[in-house]
Write a protein that binds this ligand. Sequence first.
Ligand code: ZN
Length: 165
Amino acid sequence: MSKDAIYIPSLLQAVAKTETLAIASFIPGLESLTPARGELRVTHCTTYLEVAARAELIATLICHRCLTHYNQRLVVDTTELIWLDEGDLPLPLEAEVKTEDLAESLPARGYFQPFTWLYEQFCLLLPLQQICSDECQGVAAEAQQHEPPLDRRWAGLEVLRQQLE
Ligand SMILES: [Zn+2]
């Protein structure tokens, strides 16, 4: 099953109020070598949605140091609770819900978009500093290896070394 958007109230009619999606497609907006593969489960828990997913893909990234493309495996393995905002109803103040557990909210009569959610999860996994490998020398260092800068002082030392030999 593949759905771009799940109408949230329709989950109440689903078995165990849960929809399970098999993920086997590219994530719009995310450059990747392979489509995302895995499973996403969304459960209606009356006042919030529980979204659990395990999915992976090989992302195509550009090294910040040498600007070449490289691949990196990203694995989403997470559960998130999404508060359902009834709009007209105030949030129950007595409910002890840690804010970090409810990072997001959606209108209770709105839509949950699995691929938008997955896109966000994959983006959270992207390293801040994208470096192709530990050995990456970067653009500047590579250029230096090919064209060593001429330095007269070192040239003089080289002449001296040859005279001594
Ligand atoms: Zn690099």
